[in-house]
Design a protein around this ligand. Structure first.
Ligand SMILES: Nc1ncnc2c1ncn2[C@@H]1O[C@H](COP(=O)(O)OP(=O)(O)O)[C@@H](O)[C@H]1O
Ligand SMILES: O=C(O)C1=C[C@@H](OP(=O)(O)O)[C@@H](O)[C@H](O)C1
Ligand SMILES: [Mg+2]
Length: 176
């Protein structure tokens, strides 16, 4: 029997992309990153898509890529932080995947992304902390409603987060 895919959601810098890779290795499953999928399809970086076509176009590409990657797969999937904004994406995730929400406090996220802001167009402004706080206010309830499992990652390294995810997945399966 094929496993259900596992999809990571959560804010930028919570570790979705890194932890998805690590978990996929541990579980010997394929790993997919929705941002990479969008970039390959558009043949442009996320930053270029935002700059040339705008966020709305990026969200359309993200939505189409999510629909396609969730079909007939047992992959571990890292989504982008804004994937939960569209109700359709939330419904797709809930229907097809075990959804793991990675959380991290704001200073931790900022520190992790200190040298990576160029790749994240939403953080290009003067006050990334304020931007993240604004995004949190809108998105936290959406992460909560979509997730099956939540893992707080502040103070944990990637291996420790992965251990925690594996444990929570086992508990989730046992309860199902
Ligand atoms: N638990 C962790 N501890 C320390 N650094 C981390 C952790 N998780 C991710 N990172 C690092 O933080 C940065 C952002 O992680 P990433 O997986 O790209 O986050 P996301 O995909 O959620 O935006 C990367 O440099 C990554 O290596
Ligand atoms: O929060 C967001 O809206 C975004 C998060 C990014 O992915 P990560 O969460 O993997 O950084 C990427 O999809 C894009 O820059 C938009
Ligand atoms: Mg990512």
């Amino acid at each position: 029997m094929q496993h259900r895919p596992i999809a990571f959601i959560g804010p930028m810098g919570s570790g979705k992309s890194r932890v998805a890779e690590q978990l996929a290795r541990r579980l010997d499953r394929p790993c997919l990153d929705l941002d990479t999928e969008v970039e390959q399809r558009a043949r442009q970086s996320i930053a270029t898509i935002f700059a040339s076509a705008g966020e709305t176009r990026f969200r359309e590409l993200e939505c189409a890529a999510l629909r396609d990657v969730l079909v007939d797969t047992s992959a571990v999937i890292a989504t982008g932080g804004g994937v939960v904004l569209a109700e359709r994406n939330r419904d797709l995730l809930k229907k097809h995947a075990i959804v793991v929400w990675l959380q991290a406090d704001l200073p931790t996220r900022l520190e992790r992304m200190r040298d990576e802001r160029a790749q994240r167009p939403l953080l290009h402004g003067d006050d990334p902390a304020a931007t993240l706080a604004k995004l949190d206010a809108i998105r936290t309830p959406l992460y909560r409603e979509t997730a099956d499992i939540m893992v707080e990652t502040s103070g944990l390294n990637v291996d420790e987060v992965t251990d925690q995810v594996v444990m929570m997945l086992q508990q989730h399966e046992a309860a199902a």
